[in-house]
Ligand binder design. Structure first.
Ligand code: FES
Length: 91
């Protein structure tokens, strides 16, 4: 996933926005990332990925998600279907 692509698709929060926020604010727990434009507060799909990038930062690693955006977005759709989460404007 590149920096322009959205980790939190619900709230359109890109990887770049999240990594900048993490470097600036040094959140202690992933739930604090909700303060970055509401990341993680929609369908919930991205929450494990938010935790992963925060864990990477706290371990001194570079923050990245080794998943293609299309695959990531498809899996989110499946997650939402399984959990009967529907939002206006979804394809
Ligand atoms: S993709 Fe982040 S809450 Fe839905």
């Amino acid at each position: 996933m590149n920096r322009e692509e959205e980790v939190c698709i619900c709230h359109r929060v890109s990887l770049g926005k999240l990594t900048n926020y993490i470097k600036r604010e040094e959140p202690k727990v992933a739930s604090q990332l909700s303060e970055c434009l509401g990341a993680g507060t929609g369908c919930g799909w991205c929450q494990p990925f938010l935790k992963k990038i925060l864990d990477q930062h706290q371990s001194g690693d570079s923050m990245e998600l080794k998943v293609g955006f299309e695959n990531y977005a498809d899996k989110r759709q499946q997650y939402k279907s399984r959990n009967c989460i529907h939002e206006e404007g979804d394809a």
